[in-house]
Write a protein that binds this ligand. Structure first.
Ligand code: PMM
Length: 297
């Protein structure tokens, strides 16, 4: 999943694609670099970010999604607002990626049930301006799993088809670096819940901290793609369904290496490989999202 933030203030690509034409061109470039899905967002969720009005979010994403969808690019919409999710699906989006898992908007679950599209439920404890105060866990993995399962129950109770759900541990959302590493180490336990799992580590702060220079300054965001690709490899080995990245090329390259290695000796393939079948797109029933192991083209 390639990241397309149509925002002036996202931490990595903020301001780069905030005109409609630049955003569409970048979406195409993400696909050319190996993305199977383009995740289009119009509201930054970086720590400390403030909310944007709904009409601004709609203005940023709808034309971009419509143009990419018309070109045959599978798009997800990265939004916590039900009205934006509905408009995006009408414009051609095929997945709702909701970092709040329905908690930010009471209408989201019923809206997704009506739309009949896959829904990414990410672990979330509050909006970006307040989330880091909630980064407290006695057992990070157990709490994230339990809180995600509560969101799964709520989604099913609202009429969403369980087969349309995708789980995400929410790296960096109400988590410090230690929590993020614990979640990365525990991806297999999330996968074992039986639903497809998405992982979003791309260029995030904990990678910058890991790769800090001798002066202690974090590695700049633009130089974190090799570390990100390493997390994609770990994710694939844990059976994760998808990874959300700024630079699909480096992730596609490490996955090509992994696939070739496993193909040379399938008996040694790790449990969980190839990843669980990806969800069908219930609205049309005719598009199967590429699992990581499926060769492109
Ligand atoms: N991270 C960001 C935004 N959306 N969606 C999902 N499902 N998972 C994530 O980890 C996630 C997300 C923040 O990163 P960005 O500012 O680079 O988009």
């Amino acid at each position: 999943m390639g990241i397309l933030n149509v925002t002036p203030d996202s931490f990595s690509d903020g301001g780069l694609w905030d005109s409609t034409d630049a955003a569409i061109a970048h979406g195409q470039a993400l696909v050319a670099a190996g993305a199977d899905i383009v995740d289009v967002g119009g509201e930054s969720t970086r720590p400390g970010a403030h909310r944007v009005p709904q009409d601004v979010e709609l203005d940023r994403v709808i034309d971009v999604i419509a143009a990419l969808a018309a070109d045959g690019v599978p798009c997800s919409v990265d939004t916590t607002r039900a009205a934006v999710a509905a408009a995006a699906v009408r414009a051609g989006a095929v997945i709702v990626n909701d970092v709040s898992a329905g908690l930010a908007d009471a209408q989201m679950a019923a809206t997704v049930a009506d739309l009949g599209v896959p829904w990414v439920l990410m672990h979330w404890r509050g909006h970006s301006d307040a989330m880091q105060q909630r980064a407290e866990y006695a057992d990070t993995l157990a709490e994230v799993r339990a809180e995600l399962l509560a969101r799964v129950d709520a989604a099913i109770a609202a009429g969403v088809d369980e087969r349309a759900l995708i789980l995400d541990a929410g790296i960096g959302f109400a988590k410090n670096a230690e929590h993020n590493w614990e979640l990365l180490a525990g991806q297999r336990e999330l996968v074992e819940l039986g639903l497809p799992v998405l992982l979003g580590t791309s260029r995030k702060r904990f990678l910058g901290q890991l790769l800090a220079g001798p002066d202690g300054a974090p590695r700049p965001v633009g130089s974190r793609d090799i570390a990100t690709a390493a997390t994609s490899l770990l994710a694939a080995q844990a059976g994760v369904w998808g990874v959300r990245v700024h630079d699909p090329q480096s992730t596609a390259d490490v996955l090509a290496v992994l696939t070739a290695t496993l193909a040379a000796d399938p008996a040694r393939s790790p449990a969980g490989w190839p990843p669980a079948p990806a969800p069908l797109q219930p609205a049309t029933g005719d598009y199967r999202f590429g699992a990581l192991a499926v060769p492109r083209g």
